[in-house]
Design a protein around this ligand. Structure first.
Ligand code: GLY
Length: 385
C-alpha cells in the first residue's frame, strides 16, 4: 500500500482503537445498531422491548458489532475482543429457532461474526453456525429465476419475486461455504444470483436498481422499484456501494472477469458523481436541498473502491479508485467522525432511507465499514468478505 495512505490510515486507526477500547466495555451484552440522544447504543437483544419479527435479535445489522471486534482483534490480538465477539455470536444463536425473522441478510449477520471467528481462530462451533446460515441462504434460491429471494412477507405483501442489490454482499457467505465444504452447490447459487443481478439490476450508465421483481413461477423480470433511494430509476448511493463492493467480492471469490467489469462500470459511475468534498448524498440524483448525506454508503463505496483498485488491470483506474476512496474516507475522518466520549458510535450523518423521518443518525455498520476501509488503506491483508 502507498505510504501516503497507510501512514494516514494507521494514525486514524490509533484513534479508532482508543475509542473501541472503552465502547466495547459498555456494550458487551448488547446487539447495538444506533445511538440515542445521549450517544448511547441501543440494544437489539433487549428482551423488555417488543420488536417486529425481523427486528430485535433478527435485525440484519446484528453481525457488525462482532465484525468491529474481529477487525480490532486481527490487528491487536487482544483476547478481550475475541471474547466479546463470541458473546455476540452466542446472542445470535436464538435466531435459528425463531426462523421466520431470518431472510437473505444472514450473510450480513454471520460473515462478520461466525465466519470471521472461524477464519481468525479456527473455531469449529463458528464454522457450524456459519454453514447453518449458508444453508438457509441457499434455500432462498429461486431456480427458475436464478435469484435469491430477499425478504419474507409479514403482511399481505407478496415479495416472492423480490431480489435486492444488497444481497451481493450476502452471497459472500455462499462463496465461503462452497470453498469450505468443497461442495460447489453453494458456489453455483452465488454465481447464478450474481449473474442475474449483473443482467437485471445494472443500468447502462453504471447506476444500479435497488429492488427488482421477477415472476417467481417463470423467472421473468417484471419491474424495478426505487427502494430506499430518492425515486424510481435514481441511484441510491448505499445501493451503489453494495453493488460495487459486492461485484468486486464476487470477482475475488470466482475470478469471473464479467464481475470485475461490472464492478468497474459501477465504480466509474460513482467516481463521476463524487465532488471534491468527498461527502456522499443519500442518492446521487436527489435535489441539492435538503442536503441529506449517507456516511454509511460513503464508507461501503470507499471499501469497494480500494479492493477494486487492487484488482483492476488498468493502471489509470487503479490510481483513480484509490485516490477517490481516500478522499471519501478522509472526508469522514475530518468532518463526520466523532472520537469523543459524547457518542458511542464514531461515524455520524448516516441515513437509512431518503424518505425516513430521521436522517443523519449513527449506524453500527457505518462504523464497521469505516474501520474496515482504514485497515485496507493501512495495508492489512485480512479479508472479511
Ligand atoms: N441492507 C439494507 C440497507 O442498506 O439499508
Amino acid at each position: 500500500m502507498n505510504e501516503k495512505y497507510s501512514t494516514w490510515a494507521k494514525n486514524e486507526l490509533e484513534k479508532v482503537k482508543e475509542k473501541i477500547e472503552w465502547v466495547s466495555e459498555n456494550n458487551k451484552y448488547k446487539l447495538p445498531y444506533t445511538t440515542d440522544e445521549n450517544g448511547i447504543f441501543d440494544n437489539r437483544a433487549d428482551s423488555k422491548k417488543e420488536f417486529r419479527i425481523d427486528d430485535g435479535p433478527n435485525w440484519w445489522t446484528n453481525g457488525f458489532w462482532a465484525g468491529i471486534l474481529w477487525l480490532i482483534y486481527q490487528d491487536t490480538k487482544a483476547s478481550k475482543y475475541c471474547d466479546y465477539a463470541r458473546i455476540q455470536e452466542k446472542m445470535l444463536m436464538p435466531v435459528f429457532d425463531m426462523y421466520y425473522g431470518l431472510h437473505h441478510d444472514v450473510g450480513f449477520m454471520f460473515v462478520p461474526s461466525a465466519v470471521a471467528d472461524y477464519r481468525l481462530t479456527g473455531n469449529e462451533e463458528s464454522r457450524k453456525t456459519a454453514l447453518h446460515a449458508a444453508s438457509l441462504l441457499a434455500g432462498r434460491f429461486n431456480a427458475k429465476g436464478n435469484y435469491i429471494r430477499a425478504w419474507n412477507d409479514f403482511d399481505d405483501s407478496d415479495t416472492r419475486g423480490w431480489a435486492i442489490i444488497d444481497c451481493m454482499f450476502n452471497i459472500s457467505l455462499l462463496f465461503w461455504a462452497g470453498k469450505e465444504t468443497n461442495d460447489p452447490r453453494f458456489t453455483h447459487i452465488a454465481k447464478a444470483h450474481a449473474t442475474t443481478v449483473m443482467n437485471a439490476f445494472i443500468r447502462e450508465n453504471g447506476s444500479v436498481c435497488h429492488i427488482v421483481e421477477f415472476d417467481p413461477e417463470t423467472g421473468k423480470r417484471i419491474k424495478s422499484y426505487g427502494g430506499q433511494g430518492y425515486a424510481h430509476g435514481s441511484s441510491w448511493t448505499r445501493g451503489q456501494g453494495w453493488g460495487l463492493y459486492g461485484f468486486v467480492n464476487a470477482y475475488m471469490n470466482s475470478y469471473d472477469g464479467a464481475y470485475l467489469k461490472t464492478a468497474e462500470k459501477i465504480a466509474d459511475f460513482c467516481v463521476s458523481k463524487i465532488d471534491d468534498s468527498g461527502i456522499i448524498p443519500i442518492d446521487f440524483d436527489q435535489p441539492k436541498e435538503p442536503a441529506y448525506e449517507d456516511s454509511c454508503g460513503a464508507c461501503i463505496m470507499a471499501g469497494g473502491l480500494i479492493e477494486l483498485s487492487w484488482q483492476t488491470e488498468d493502471a489509470n483506474k487503479k490510481a483513480v479508485y484509490l485516490e477517490t476512496a481516500y478522499k471519501i474516507i478522509k472526508a469522514i475522518a475530518e468532518n463526520r467522525a466523532d472520537y469523543s466520549r459524547n457518542c458511542e458510535a464514531i461515524v455520524q450523518n448516516c441515513s437509512a432511507s431518503y424518505y425516513n423521518k430521521i436522517h443523519h443518525e449513527t449506524m453500527v455498520y457505518a462504523d464497521y465499514f469505516y474501520i474496515e476501509a482504514l485497515y485496507k488503506l493501512a495495508g492489512s491483508e485480512f479479508k472479511m468478505w
